[in-house]
Design a protein around this ligand. Structure first.
Ligand code: RP5
Length: 164
């Protein structure tokens, strides 16, 4: 299975969010890879990875970072692939700092941004983007949504409610 989503974290300390994204992608049968490359500490290596991701057919990049949180924007500056940014807690405002940094990309270079630490939603959004040209993947995403709704309906707290 070729990798269709590239996940990059700015530090090993961000890896838990990357693993959440990879887990949902694995569940949906979407090949993915996780790299640990700081935009500040290893800018040349980051550039080489982004170029190689494009060449290898990766369709979406998830970039995960805290503090100054430049990684998603720097990746987006080097490719026209869709980039999803995941802000991480750890800075002065418990992730609000990174969220504001990532969401405020200047005009012309967009980054889609999910909630603080929300690797799962980043994985799901990446899968949804790829499903535009993959009907099997779209079906698997729809089935996951249905299972999610069914598990909420099955919660004993919701006993007696008619199915929607
Ligand atoms: C960012 O700085 C990383 O994305 C991480 O969230 C944060 C802290 O990095 P470490 O000091 O733990 O390597 O670049």
């Amino acid at each position: 299975m070729s990798n269709r989503v590239g996940i990059v974290v700015g530090s090993r300390s961000d890896i838990a969010a990357a693993e959440k994204a990879a887990a949902v992608l694995d569940e949906l049968g979407v090949g993915n890879e996780i790299r640990v490359i700081s935009a500040h500490r290893a800018p040349d290596l980051l550039g080489r990875w982004v170029a190689s991701a494009d060449e290898r057919g990766i369709g979406v990049v998830i970039a995960i970072a805290g503090l100054a949180a430049h990684l998603p924007g720097v990746v987006a500056s080097q490719t026209t692939l869709p980039v999803i940014g995941v802000p991480m807690a750890g800075g002065v405002s418990d992730g609000l700092d990174a969220l504001l940094a990532i969401v405020q990309m200047p005009k012309g270079v967009p980054v889609a941004t999910v909630g603080v630490g929300n690797g799962e939603n980043a994985g799901l959004l990446a899968a949804s983007i790829l499903s535009l040209s993959d009907s099997g993947l779209r079906t698997r995403i729809e089935e996951r949504r249905a299972a999610q709704a069914a598990s909420i309906a099955a919660d004993p707290a919701n006993e007696g409610l008619s199915p929607g």
